[in-house]
Every structure is written in C-alpha cells, then in structure tokens.
Design a protein around this ligand. Structure first.
Ligand code: IMP
Ligand code: MG
Length: 174
C-alpha cells in the first residue's frame, strides 16, 4: 500500500484543548438544555465522542450518513441520505457535528432536510473549516480550526478509509 507523507498540522493536545473550549461555549449557549447531537458519519465520530463528554448538557446522540458524489477531494453537490436519524427532531434543539466543511454541499443538503422537520433550532459545529473551496454558504456556529486548501487526515478524517485513527491532524502530501 502506498505510504503518503503526512505533515503534522494539529497535535492531539491542541485538538483536546480546542474541543474543551468549544464544549464550554456550546454548554453556555444552551445552558441546562437538552440537545440532540447529530453526527455526520463517518468522519465526525472521533470529534463527537470527545466533545459530548465535555458538554454540561443533557444530550441525545444520533447519526446520519450522506453519500455525496464527486472526486475524492471535493463533493459536487448531488447528495443522498444513506442513513437517517431515528429520533423525532420537531421542536428540539439540534446540533449537527461534522469533521470538516469543504465545499459545503453535504451540509447544505443535510440542513435543508433537517429544517423540513421543524426543529426548534439548528446549529452546526465542525472541527475544521476549509473555506477556500466553499460553493454553498453555510452558517458554521462553532468550529475548531481553519485550514487552507490541504487535504487533511487523522482524528476521524480519512483518505480512502485510511488514517482515521491517528490522534492528530495531518496534511496529506503527495
Ligand atoms: P463538502 O460537502 O465538500 O463540504 O465535504 C464534506 C465532506 O467531505 C466531509 O464531511 C469529509 O468527509 C470530506 N472531506 C472534505 N475535505 C476533506 C479533507 O481534507 N480530508 C478528509 N475528508 C474531507
Ligand atoms: Mg464527513
């Protein structure tokens, strides 16, 4: 299997620090609330597992999975819901947790679907924001890091299903 060279971007300690800060902000914003946290599979599962353990809120956790088409680097916009949530979100406060927002096509699709179900509120928390190739305007309420036009891996993020289990975040150099 081809070995890529991986350039370190964020260490596991930096990610933990950022995650705790984000969780404090979210906990303060929803104060004593009960939120539905929806993780977007698969990339968000590591970040989601960490952030929920720092929230001082009651949570209901669920997941969606979305198929998007395009090259390995970018979505092109035709998305389908491959796995839906199993809970009713009507009248509830919903926080969508993503690993990275790139073109914004995936979240644009998901937020439109979720809005149809009339949640009381709908916010987005992404570990990484990559604004350089954005094609859809997405209101990102909480994000940890901003990166340039690099393909990144680790901490849940993959390249062809590899590197998800790395504790830090790296830029893939080829
Ligand atoms: P978008 O629809 O272009 O915003 O893409 C979002 C999805 O593409 C993310 O949830 C990731 O799964 C994947 N993705 C985009 N950029 C990267 C990257 O740099 N590394 C790993 N996955 C990425
Ligand atoms: Mg993803």
């Amino acid at each position: 299997m081809k070995q890529h060279s991986l350039r370190p971007l964020f260490t596991s300690e930096e990610i933990q620090q950022k995650t705790r800060a984000l969780a404090r902000k979210i906990s303060a914003d929803y104060r004593d609330g009960h939120i539905i946290v929806i993780g977007v599979l698969k990339g968000s599962f590591v970040f989601l597992a960490d952030i929920i353990r720092h929230l001082t809120l009651e949570t209901t956790i669920d997941f969606v999975q979305i198929s998007s088409y395009g090259s390995f680097r970018h979505s092109t916009g035709s998305c389908t819901l491959k796995k839906d949530v199993g809970v009713d979100i009507a009248g509830r406060d919903v926080l969508v947790v993503e690993d990275i927002i790139d073109t914004g096509e995936t979240l644009h699709f998901l937020l439109r679907e979720l809005r149809k179900r009339n949640p009381a509120s709908l916010k987005v928390c992404s570990l990484v924001d990559k604004p350089s190739s954005r094609t859809k305007i997405i209101p990102v309420d909480y994000f940890g890091f901003t990166v340039g036009d690099n393909f990144i891996v680790g901490f849940g993020l993959d390249y062809d299903e590899r590197y998800r289990s790395l504790p830090g975040i790296y830029a893939l150099e080829d």
